[in-house]
Design a protein around this ligand. Structure first.
Ligand SMILES: [Zn+2]
Length: 149
């Protein structure tokens, strides 16, 4: 084994207090810097980043069913075992995983469906479907995004 990086600690440190937020975010480099700025705007310090192509699309319309299963397993772990209470699940305009669609309605439908799937699967997890476009980060609200819909 070859050591590539050296740091000094006796064991891997745990964060101060539980991390209560997670962000399901697309890998697109155009929006990577935005995640930290958005979290800071909300007053969220540490959060669990779930970086995957398409963000919430992987739950609604994965190219391979195993992608959605793995993502659901990951969300179950961070929620039930690591204490995450709130999940921001995003889609963004011109997403390559969505064939670069420029139709906001497409993404809103995706977010509503994804929010519904997540709320049913994880009723104790607060789901915040968010849409990112050139003007900002928008919370998608509506009855379809809740577990009751
Ligand atoms: Zn994307």
């Amino acid at each position: 084994m070859e050591k590539l990086f050296d740091f000094d600690c006796t064991k891997l440190e745990e964060p101060v207090g539980p991390i209560s937020d997670a962000m399901l975010w697309c890998v697109d480099r155009r929006i990577q810097g935005l995640r930290g700025k958005f979290a800071a705007h909300l007053g969220i310090g540490q959060h669990v980043p779930l970086i995957i192509p398409g963000g919430i699309k992987k739950i609604v319309a994965p190219k391979f069913p195993r992608d959605a299963e793995l993502l659901m397993e990951t969300i179950a772990l961070i929620h039930y075992k690591l204490g995450v209470r709130r999940l921001f699940a995003m889609a963004h305009l011109h997403c390559a995983d969505c064939e670069g669609s420029s139709d906001p309605t497409y993404y809103h439908t995706l977010l509503m469906k994804g929010g519904r799937i997540l709320a049913r699967r994880f009723p104790s997890l607060e789901i915040k479907p968010i849409f990112v476009d050139c003007k900002g980060v928008h919370l998608i609200q509506g009855p379809a995004a809740s577990a009751a819909a």
